[in-house]
Design a binder for this molecule. Structure first.
Ligand SMILES: *[C@@H]1O[C@H](CO)[C@@H](O)[C@H](O)[C@H]1NC(C)=O
Ligand SMILES: *[C@@H]1O[C@H](CO)[C@@H](O)[C@H](O)[C@H]1NC(C)=O
Ligand SMILES: *[C@@H]1O[C@H](CO)[C@@H](O)[C@H](O)[C@H]1NC(C)=O
Ligand SMILES: *[C@@H]1O[C@H](CO)[C@@H](O)[C@H](O)[C@H]1NC(C)=O
Length: 442
């Protein structure tokens, strides 16, 4: 082999042939790391939830789903808990989220860019509080703690016929005793909610969810006098059997005594208000791990956000510790993934709404189309710092390892290798290569 060819082979290996945008192929294997099939799990007049399930290639893969929640103005996602850890990212709009943190009830207003973690089994609800604005939320559903099968399960706390509240799974005898109410009273509540998991709360039902819950509880306990005495609720449910009741009580707790005030739950974290970890004129990126947002410690997931200027590239790199899931938020571009044996595994065009994933250890890169910036966001399966390893650019692994051993590994002398490895002066976000054709025909 002459040196010209060796050089080309080297460049292919080291730079993952990032410029090859003529790759048509069309065969399915090229889309190996795209997650295409979404399932609609909730659909009502007031909103919907679509879920894309992650790959199930082997047992060690996280049982990961990505949910897309869309809620109309003045709608409520009724109180529920899920047997999976949830990380919410507010894509657009405003939301009031109430949930149980440890044993307390927390309520927070979240805005665009906010990230909020809700642990598995913790009851929560959401209200779209944006005036005249649709709410869009993307969430990771980490179902590694689910019961039994691989999928996660929502357990509705409030509900009626559709969805059915877990409460009403008990028989009437149990319910009348537990709630101290007549079968008739309970029956009325059991059959009133028929319009699904996301409901409008305007018009007749213009009441905040805590109040809504309070009314339900009041109805259930058959009291007609003033306020429900929530503190009383607590003493009923020792023994831990009626944990739903504890949840209801907890849901109402802070409503009652303002003195207790909002619980000191960790603040949500806003991705757009934070300074990027890295920025140059070709793009910026931000990774959120447990050091910045403590609740992630309990989730084993990290969150990241990248904005690539049109035509530029996020240099080929590897995640040594984490599998990565990505959602394109805006713009379009390309994602390339390489197999361990050094062949192209995927070279796929992506645009807004597309979901891709990249297995741990697999080299990959992103390229924004020249038409404008590409913004993407996602989750990594590591709450700790991920330390991506770059294969090209001023901070590359090759540059760090430069020496006779590396040169010998490529079968060239150091001078030659150095010329190739050090030619790229930028790091992480790399400018468009001006003379593409020359590269392609080399
Ligand atoms: C059940 O409700 C009645 C009033 O409707 C009340 O007098 C009674 O004390 C309640 N019992 C319990 C155990 O709460
Ligand atoms: C991404 O970068 C472009 C400029 O390159 C900018 O116009 C756009 O607002 C950025 N997006 C975000 C979400 O910051
Ligand atoms: C590389 O590995 C992939 C996936 O294991 C396989 O499909 C492909 O045929 C391999 N290519 C070569 C050249 O070995
Ligand atoms: C390195 O190799 C190139 C060509 O392969 C050659 O021209 C050059 O003289 C070599 N340099 C050294 C220091 O051996």
């Amino acid at each position: 082999m002459d040196h010209q060819r060796i050089l080309v082979v080297m460049m292919l290996m080291a730079m993952v042939l990032a410029m090859a945008d003529k790759e048509k192929g069309g065969d399915e294997s090229k889309r190996l790391f795209m997650l295409k099939d979404s399932k609609q799990v909730v659909k009502t007049e007031a909103g919907e939830v679509k879920v894309i399930s992650g790959p199930k290639l082997d047992r060690d893969m996280p049982n990961m789903h990505i949910g897309f929640i869309s809620m109309e103005p003045n709608s409520l996602f009724i109180p529920q808990y899920i047997d999976a850890n949830l990380i919410f990212f507010v894509r657009r709009g405003e939301v009031k989220m109430g949930w149980i943190y440890k044993d307390e009830y927390v309520e927070k207003k979240l805005k665009m860019g906010d990230v909020n973690f809700i642990p598995a089994g913790s009851a929560f609800y959401m209200v779209n509080t944006g005036i005249g604005q649709r709410l869009q939320i993307i969430c990771s559903i980490d179902a590694s703690q689910t019961i039994g099968s691989s999928s996660y399960h929502p357990f509705y706390i409030a509900g009626g016929i559709n969805p059915s509240s877990v409460l009403f799974g008990f028989d009437m005898g149990t319910l009348t005793t537990a709630l101290n109410a007549t079968a008739e009273e309970i029956g009325k509540v059991m059959t009133s909610r028929t319009d699904g998991a996301i409901v409008f709360i305007d018009g007749k039902e213009a009441e905040p969810p805590a109040k809504f819950m309070k009314r339900k509880l009041k109805e259930m306990s058959g009291r007609r006098d003033g306020d429900v005495d929530v503190e009383d609720g607590e003493e009923i449910d020792d023994g831990g059997v009626w944990t739903w009741r504890k949840m209801l009580s907890s849901l109402l707790k802070t409503r009652k005594g303002k003195a207790k005030g909002p619980v000191r739950a960790p603040d949500s974290y806003n991705l757009y208000d934070s300074a990027p970890d890295f920025k140059n004129k070709y793009g910026w990126s931000l990774a959120l791990d447990e050091n910045e947002y403590e609740p992630l410690k309990h989730s084993d997931f990290g969150v990241y956000l990248v904005n690539l200027t049109g035509g530029t590239m996020l240099a080929p790199h590897v995640n040594p510790r984490a599998t990565e899931f990505g959602v394109v938020l805006g713009g379009e571009g390309r994602v390339q993934v390489v197999f361990p044996n050094g062949t192209m595994a995927m070279n796929e065009e992506v645009s807004e709404g597309d979901v891709f994933w990249v297995p741990r250890y697999f080299p990959f890169c992103h390229i924004a189309s020249r038409s404008g910036p590409m913004e993407f966001f996602g989750f990594t399966t590591a709450a700790r710092r991920n330390w991506p390893q770059f294969l090209a650019g001023a901070r590359s692994l090759l540059k760090t390892m430069m020496g006779p051993e590396l040169a010998a590994g490529f079968g060239v002398n150091q001078t030659r290798l150095r010329r190739m490895v050090e030619a790229q002066k930028e790091e992480l976000f790399l400018p468009t290569w001006p003379v593409k054709e020359e590269f392609m025909s080399a």
